[in-house]
Design a protein around this ligand. Sequence first.
Ligand code: NAP
Length: 300
Amino acid sequence: MAAKIIDGKAIAQEIRQKIKEETAELKEKHGVVPGLVTILVGENPASVSYVKAKQRTAGDLGFYSVQENLPEDVSEEELLKLIDKYNKDEKIHGILVQLPLPKHIDERKILYAIDPRKDVDGFHPVNVGKMVIGEPCFLPCTPHGILVLLEKAGCEVSGAEVVVIGRSNIVGKPVANLLLQKRKPVGNATVTVCHTGTRDLVFHTKRADILIVAVGKPKVVTGDMVKEGVVVIDVGVNRIGTTPEGKAILCGDVDFDSVKEKASAITPVPGGVGPMTITMLMKNTLEAAKLWAGLPNEVS
Ligand code: NAP
C-alpha cells in the first residue's frame, strides 16, 4: 500500500487564509490588530530560522509583530524585565520566547513570568493545567497542529490505538493528553506513551493505528516496526547535512521510504507538522487578541 501524504503545508495554508480574513475583520470592526513579540536569545541557527518564519508569517497575516534579539550572554534578570514590559504592552497579545534558552537562564522562571493570557505557546502551567482538565486555553502549537492534521486527513481517532514515542513537555505529553480526552472532533483514543525506558518499543509500534513520533533522532521508526494501514505523524526535524547552497538538509524521526509502503497516511518532513506549528501559533495570537478585546474567543 502506498500511503496518502498528509500535506501539512497545504492544510496550514488553508487555515492561514482564514486567520488572515478574521484578522482583517477584527481590525475593521473593532480596531484591534493581533500583536506578537518573538524573543530570541543567541544565534542558534535552528532557532534563528524558526523565529524568522514566525515573524514572516505574522507579517503576512496582517499582525503587528516585534522581534527582540538578545545576546547569548543576556542575564536572566534582563530577560525577565523584557517579558514584564510586553506583559504590560497593550499592542502585544502574544509573547513567544524561542526555546531552548542558554544554560545560565532558568527556562522555567521565564515561562512562568509570561502572563498566561499572552502565553501563545501554551507552556505556562496555568494553560497546561487547563489543558489537562479539558478547559478552554491556549493549546501548545505542535500538539494542536497534529490534532488538526489528523482531523483534516479524515483519520478515525475515537477508539483508535494511538502510540506516541517521546514524552517531552512540548510534544509527547500534551499530544498524548489531548488525544485521550473525550474531545471532539479529535480525541477519545486509547493512548500509549513510549520513551527510552520502554521495554519493547516494537511491541507497541506494531499495534498502533496512529503512531506519533517525537524523538529527535533520524529515522528511528522503520517499515518493519509498523502494521499495515497505520497513520504516521512524524514530528522530528533532524538536520543531517547542508546543500552546496548552504541550506539545511532535513529528515524526520521516521524512515519515510520504508514506512510509507505500509502506512495508509503519513506526514512528510519537511512539509508536515512544521507548517502547522507556526499556524497554530498565529491562531493562538488571534484568539489572544480577541480575549484582550473582550470578544468571544476559543481560549477562555
Ligand atoms: P525531546 O525533548 O528531546 O524528547 C525526546 C523524547 O524522545 C524523550 O521523551 C525521549 O525519552 C524519547 N526518546 C529518545 N530516543 C528514544 C528512543 N530511541 N526510543 C524511544 N524514545 C526515545 O524532544 P522534543 O522537543 O519532543 O522534539 C522531538 C523532535 O521533534 C525533535 O526532532 C524536534 O526538533 C522536533 N520538533 C518539531 C516541531 C515542529 O514544529 N515540527 C516542534 C517541536 C519539536 P526520555 O524521556 O526517556 O529521554
